[in-house]
Design a protein around this ligand. Structure first.
Ligand SMILES: C[S@@+](CC[C@H](N)C(=O)[O-])C[C@H]1O[C@@H](n2cnc3c(N)ncnc32)[C@H](O)[C@@H]1O
Ligand code: SF4
Length: 398
């Protein structure tokens, strides 16, 4: 399983075509699908896996199942970053066992979920992480892993990561050496950069994640320069002021810092044509569902193209939701016979989350700042504004 670059998954309107190399999707109408070839954006795709599904009599306003599920495998971590939104550190009780995780992976494969992103905590601190991620690959998912790159036995862990042929490995780099080490601990920058270099040397598809704080936002150029030879993709995220990040509100950036950063990035990204950059975390992005002819409801990615499975098996619309508003807990995969489809189709809580995301996208679409200064706002940052009015949402001028 999993040798073809493309997977076509059946949907009520036709299909979702998933590119396991670029980790991106396109929707196709029924009449665009021929059993032997697909034509998309002028390109003919002759070779693909077809994941069939019974799509009659199903809801037609949502996808068959999420495209991607984020797996927060553990909250155990070898570091204690100041920014950490889920306050990872000591392993909490009740995390999924390997057997339970494998059952979840089997269930999600039956649900035709296309892509899994493992994160944490630090997944490489779990004794069976290698077996678990390998199992996900065997089942045919596109698989990516987010790690801090600080390993007890770097040679062994890099070797394990490289030989799993994971579709993307992300290492977090939170600024230059001084700023990264301030957030993550002395000596961590060198270790993370070394892991990134080694993984690239062994042919891995790599990405860095950078959280935007007053430390990291002012000099994106030096961050890009330091990692450019070793990355295929770079992502910059707003710092969610939840978890341990609540203790570093003084490192929070404001609207004007962000606008300046984005203007800078628009120039910088042209100098690095071989790197894919993600730096505008807008509600409107390529994983959102925009007004369309497929009959799908419009809204943010969380709950419409993605779901989150947390370390103990609980399910959430997005990765930060559990740490913002526990009322949005959707259930536990162990109580769902290891399938997400019942929750996906019938959960009133998920439906109210989708409503929230839809209103946000509609609001952004009618905002005069969208194509000018908008530094990006996503549904979870809006949830934070609602839940913690004092924190607010500096990213939205609205
Ligand atoms: C929680 S970490 C887990 C994976 C791994 N331990 C690491 O640090 O890369 C997942 C991602 O969340 C990012 N992150 C941490 N705190 C954040 C915050 N307050 N807001 C947004 N992203 C954050 C990290 O930089 C990392 O890229
Ligand atoms: S951000 Fe990652 S490395 Fe840092 S404490 Fe959280 S889980 Fe650990």
């Amino acid at each position: 399983m999993g040798n073809e670059r493309y997977v076509l998954r059946d949907e009520s309107f036709g299909g979702t075509l998933y590119d396991r190399k670029l980790l991106k999707h396109d929707f196709l109408y029924k009449d665009q699908i021929d059993s032997t070839a697909i034509s998309i954006n002028g390109q003919e795709i002759k070779s693909f896996e077809h994941w069939e599904a019974e799509v009659e009599n199903l809801r037609t306003d949502i996808l068959y199942s999420p495209i991607r599920v984020y797996i927060e495998r553990t909250r155990k971590c070898n570091l204690r970053c100041d920014t950490c939104f889920n306050s990872s550190g000591v392993e909490p009780e009740g995390e999924l066992t390997t057997d339970e995780l494998k059952k979840s992976l089997d269930g999600m494969r039956k649900d035709n979920i296309l892509d899994l992103r493992f994160s944490g905590g630090e997944i490489t601190t779990k004794p069976n992480w290698h077996e678990e991620v390998g199992y996900a690959k065997e089942l045919g998912f596109a698989v990516s892993v987010n790690t801090n790159g600080v390993f007890q036995n770097p040679d062994k862990t890099v070797e394990q990561l490289a030989t799993l042929h994971i579709d993307q490995i992300t290492i977090s780099i939170d600024g230059n050496q001084e700023h990264h080490d301030k957030n993550r601990g002395r000596g961590t920058y060198e270790k993370s950069l070394e892991a990134l270099k080694e993984l690239k040397r062994r042919g891995a598809s790599t990405r860095t994640n950078t959280v935007l704080t007053t430390l990291s936002i002012n000099d994106p150029e030096s961050i890009i320069q330091s990692v450019a030879p070793y990355v295929d993709e770079m992502a910059f995220f707003h710092m969610r002021l939840i978890g341990r990040a609540q203790g570093i509100q003084n490192r929070r950036v404001d609207f004007y810092n962000l606008v300046e950063f984005y203007n800078r990035m628009e120039i910088l990204e042209k100098r690095y044509p071989n790197i894919r950059f993600f730096y505008k975390e807008r509600a409107i992005q390529n994983t959102s569902i925009m007004p369309n002819g497929y009959g799908l409801r419009v809204g943010s990615p969380d709950g419409l193209t993605r779901l989150n499975l947390n370390n103990g098996g609980s399910l959430w619309a997005g990765g930060y939701t559990a740490y913002i508003d526990p009322d949005f807990r959707l259930g536990n995969i162990k109580d769902e016979n290891y399938s997400l489809r019942q929750i996906w189709n019938n959960s009133p809580i998920l439906e109210s989350y989708r409503d929230f995301g839809q209103k946000l996208v509609e609001r952004c679409l009618s905002c005069v700042e969208l194509d000018t200064r908008c530094p990006g706002v996503n549904v979870e940052m809006e949830l934070i504004r609602k839940k913690f009015p004092l924190i607010g949402n500096p990213n939205c001028i609205y």
